[in-house]
Ligand binder design. Sequence first.
Ligand code: ADP
Length: 300
Amino acid sequence: KGPDPDMVSIFERMATVKHKILVLSGKGGVGKSTISAQLSFALAAMDYQVGLLDIDICGPSTPKMLGLEGQGIHQSNLGWSPVYVESNLGVMSIGFMLPEPDEAVVWRGPRKNGLIKQFLKDVYWGELDFLVVDAPPGTSDEHISIVQFLKETGIDGAVIVTTPQQVSLIDVRKEVNFCKKVELPILGVVENMSGLCQPLSDFRFLSLTDAGKQEDMTEWAIMYLKEKAPEVLKLFALTEVFDSSAGGGAKMCRDMGVPFLGKVPLDPQLCKAAEEGRSCFGDGKCQVSAPALMEIVEKL
Ligand code: ADP
């Protein structure tokens, strides 16, 4: 029996890709797509040639998070062309193939695996420094397929995204064990939504009147601070939203012997950037989350 022709095509496509990173999470909604998108923006800003492949077939958020909603894929004689945000940042997602953005993809495992294989075989990325793969949450058929296809062509490893609370960390332990089982190296764990961090100047200050009504005191409070303690307005307030008394991601990493890459706070400006499909780097708005993310990227 000769070599599998699909694997031969995947090998050919992946031969021009230097690094491959898989972004995983135990649960949905922990910020995996946000981290994948901003990681791609960061690498592109560092002048690398970057591809972002979204294999979250049931919930593709990548087109929106990169500001590419409504775009479609083109076919050329070289294969499917990614949709480009900039000349050095291309994106591929099933989201580009759906006739309506609200369309539900109800597919069984084999069909999903078929599409993943097709993405790897047929997308013409050209020369890439990094291919970032945004996987669905959990450990399902898609994960086994992507790992199986990519491992043979060489993969750097996985970045696992979690939030600080135990319900998320329990699932991340499963994700870590999945990686160990399939012999996928773990580049490290990111603790996202790690506290709510805001500059004091963005706060709404409320007070309760004697009648128990809420009164907006923002204008007064900001004026008062500007006059009496302007330095205070330059501070950031960090609120631990989730219970991290069990030690959070860092402790879990120590227990399981995997690298901890760092914490990214909940930052309303980061959420806004993601909703608007923008990079959080460069415009100075994501004052806390952007440097935190950059520190993580530099560790990869
Ligand atoms: P997942 O891919 O894990 O399902 P998403 O990346 O879609 O999660 O994130 C869920 C929502 O939370 C999105 O609206 C996203 O913009 C927001 N979000 C993620 N991380 C942060 C953060 N650190 N600060 C603020 N909002 C965030």
